[in-house]
Design a protein around this ligand. Structure first.
Ligand SMILES: [Zn+2]
Length: 416
């Protein structure tokens, strides 16, 4: 198993910090052991263009000091070896490939069963020749019907009237960008196959703008890789966005403009890494009050231009709690404890997290958790420019918009 990455071997005895170079790290059976040998010893081999024969390290429990894999999600890994005493720094690795690399190394160290590995091999000059990592197709006759290069990281198929989902897109494990904008996937009879996008665990950017999409099933939203930081669904005919969108907490750019959206999911405020949010040219009558949880420092573009006139109305409407002073259910109390104490729910399946989330409401002002039956529902005018200097609404009243949210008490209600 060989992984392309930036790599440097830093001897512990050297104070001189060496620079990482483009190269490979391989794990496999050590030279001299037969590939059928059950008791074969394993090794790590680090090769770069300058050092093609590479540096070898015996891979055994007694020779590995530590594996630092906290930042595998960022393509980084550090392995500390005892003999010779050195640190192997890996960066810019493909997240999917690096994850399975760590898994293989760990299973060798624990003596567990490992997938059949061949012997490690030194690299050759051809390994350093550029591989096809980007493919842009804008003419129908150029569609690669025979297949896609496996090394693709950036695939763009634009404006070529694609009406069918090609399952081969989702076998490109190194893909970080998939741009299918300006097609007609909304008319694809086999659109259900798009859920295979979940196989692209390194995908960072997905563009489905202008594709005649009018309804996206829950299975679609649930299949979107958690690694996504850019999602463009603009120029479609979407009316609703489910709360499953807010599972994508790494999102930085979210484009939902030019759709038919009536409302946004209440949990939108959970996407606190957002730097650009475009919800312009929809039919929004209000925004969820949780948008005030988004980071004002990070937000560089927030566009709510051209929505329903009600979005810019100056009225206030307060619905009192269903059970003012009533008793919360056991489930509501349990959910409040889990949430208030900040217990980690990241290991729970999304469905259980959503269950916890929907059995409890959070005050849009003080952010305390309370039983939904004891909350006030308030729709009121909020001045977005007080929070976001980057807001664009282009209406005569300035940056005042209607926000809807739940508030826990009369005290919080009076702040609105
Ligand atoms: Zn409150």
């Amino acid at each position: 198993m060989r992984l392309k990455c930036k790599v440097v071997v830093q001897p512990a005895t050297s104070n001189f910090k060496q620079k990482a170079a483009q190269g490979f790290i391989a794990v496999g059976k050590a030279a001299g052991s037969s590939s059928k040998d059950e008791t074969a010893s394993f090794e790590l081999l680090v090769t770069t263009a300058k050092n093609k024969t590479g540096s070898k390290f015996n891979l055994s429990k007694s020779n590995v000091l530590m594996i630092h894999d906290r930042f595998v999600g960022d393509g980084k890994l550090t392995i500390q070896m005892k003999q010779p005493r050195s640190d192997i720094f890996i960066s810019e690795g493909n997240v999917g490939a690096l994850t399975s690399f760590v898994k293989t190394v760990r299973s060798i160290l624990s003596g567990g069963c490992v997938a059949p590995l061949s012997r490690t091999q030194a690299c050759t000059s051809s390994d350093f020749q550029p591989r096809k990592s980007q493919l842009i197709v804008t003419q129908r006759e150029n569609y690669p019907h025979e297949g896609f290069p496996k090394t693709l990281e950036d695939l763009r198929l634009n404006g070529i009237n694609i009406k069918r989902v090609d399952g081969r897109w989702f076998s490109l494990r190194q893909l970080t960008q998939l741009d299918l904008s300006n097609n007609v996937l909304g008319e694809a009879a086999d659109f259900a196959k798009f859920t295979d996008v979940s196989r692209l665990i390194s995908l960072q950017s997905l563009n489905l703008a202008r594709n005649h999409l009018h309804h996206l099933p829950l299975s679609f939203w649930r299949s979107l890789p958690a690694s996504l930081n850019r999602l463009d669904l603009s120029g479609n005919e979407l009316e609703r966005i489910p709360s499953e969108l807010c599972r994508l907490v790494k999102l930085v750019h979210l484009a939902l403009n030019d759709n038919h959206l009536i409302e946004l999911p209440e949990e939108l405020g959970l996407l606190n890494g957002l730097q650009a949010l475009n919800v312009s040219h929809n039919r929004l009558r209000h925004l969820p009050a949780t948008i005030f949880w988004l980071s004002s420092k990070q937000m560089k573009l927030f566009d709510a231009t051209a929505n329903h006139p009600d979005l810019f109305a100056r009225s206030t409407d307060i619905s009192p709690p269903a059970a003012d002073g009533g008793v919360a259910s056991l489930l509501e109390l349990a959910a409040a404890v889990v949430k208030t104490q900040g217990m980690s729910t990241s290991v729970l399946p999304w469905d259980v997290r959503r269950y916890l989330m929907t059995s409890i409401s959070r005050c849009a002002w003080c952010r305390k958790y309370r039983a939904p039956s004891s909350m006030y529902t308030v729709q009121s005018v909020c001045n977005l420019s007080r929070k976001f200097s980057t807001i664009t609404t282009q209406n005569q009243q300035g940056t005042f918009v209607q926000c809807i949210g739940s508030l826990c008490s009369r005290l919080c209600r009076d702040y609105v």
